[in-house]
Ligand binder design. Structure first.
Ligand code: GDP
Length: 305
């Protein structure tokens, strides 16, 4: 996981700790570091910001031999990464919202959007499973009425975590499915409605229009974009476009376990202003984890977390 980005940081640490550095050495090493980050799919703007932060902060250390100040150097890197990550704690934000809505007698509606194959359906069921572990029940609306097999796939996964799926027939109105699920949740006092939608990309204008309709009709409390970590910079662009069209609150970055670069995890929140709520770390339904700043920093700096 994240090997590319890890390597860039480890390489920089190695170089600056073994020599007495002049100002121009630092600049050169940091320039190489920046290029390595970009090669690992870190967005150019984020790589530049990280490089600038590192140079500025190293300069402020004012020590000739960083080898004698390893902890201070690590601190510099930590603060630099920290400056590009927006943090969110799913328990104090997402889960708390559900709990407080529930105490007011209303279900929390969560709409999931994103491209086909990004990991959306799996993530919906993972979130349902996560909520279950917090003592919160949920119901899932299969608002993908386009793809043959979508209902079967969702039902198969949901069955494994014991969650009910509301579906209509193939070709039906996705917004109507969402409304049915919301009504069912109200009737059965279920705390959360998770709406799975058909995969669409930012260039599918008709599908995006339809997405707006689903949003207007279901009036979600939270909109989550699910993207594939392996898509690197493409995720950043997609989050931006989805945000323009439908408005999103959080990102789930699926398949981080298979991402050998790590650029999207580093870049997405800085570039879009939308924090990563969870990351997907495998195909199992328990493989969903919050990605707090500390943990991401430890992963990138190769420390045990
Ligand atoms: P959707 O089309 O966006 O709904 O995507 P799916 O949920 O059907 O997922 C597409 C594929 O990615 C499936 O084979 C999933 O098992 C796999 N997948 C989803 N999330 C993860 C993850 O976090 N890690 C890994 N390794 N695979 C995942």
């Amino acid at each position: 996981m994240l090997e590319g980005v890890k390597k860039a940081f480890a390489g920089l640490v190695d170089r600056i700790k073994t020599t007495t550095l002049s100002e121009s050495d630092i600049k050169k090493y940091v320039e190489d570091f920046k290029l390595q980050l970009i090669a690992s799919d870190v967005a150019v703007e984020v790589a530049e910001k990280l490089a600038m932060e590192v140079v500025e902060r190293l300069r402020m250390l004012k020590v000739p031999r960083f080898s004698e100040h390893k902890e201070a150097v690590m601190q510099v890197l930590e603060e630099s990464i920290s400056s590009v990550i927006l943090e969110v704690d799913p328990d104090s934000s997402f889960v708390n919202l559900i709990v407080s809505n529930y105490s007011l007698g209303k279900p929390t509606v969560v709409l999931f959007v994103g491209p086909n194959g990004g990991g959306k359906t799996t993530s919906v069921v993972k979130v349902s499973n996560y909520l279950k572990s917090k003592g919160l029940n949920s119901i899932i609306a299969c608002s993908d009425t386009y793809r043959a097999g979508a209902v079967e796939q969702l039902k198969g996964l949901a069955e494994r975590v014991g969650v009910r799926v509301v579906s209509h027939k193939y070709g039906g109105d996705p917004a109507a499915v969402a409304l049915d699920a919301i009504e069912a949740a109200k009737a059965a006092k279920i705390s959360t409605v998770l709406i799975d939608t058909a995969g669409r990309t930012e260039v599918d204008k008709n599908l995006l229009e339809e997405m707006r309709k689903i949003k207007r009709v279901s009036n979600p409390d939270v909109v989550i974009y699910v993207g594939d970590a392996l898509a690197g910079n493409v995720v950043v662009e997609q989050v931006r476009r989805f945000n323009e069209y439908v408005g999103i609150d959080y990102v789930i970055l699926a398949k981080l376990d298979a991402d050998t670069k790590g650029g999207s995890a580093i870049s997405v929140s800085y570039m879009t202003g939308k924090p990563i709520l969870f990351v997907g770390t495998g195909q199992g339904l328990d493989d969903l984890e919050p990605l707090n700043k500390k943990r991401l920093i430890n992963m990138v700096l190769g420390r045990a977390s």
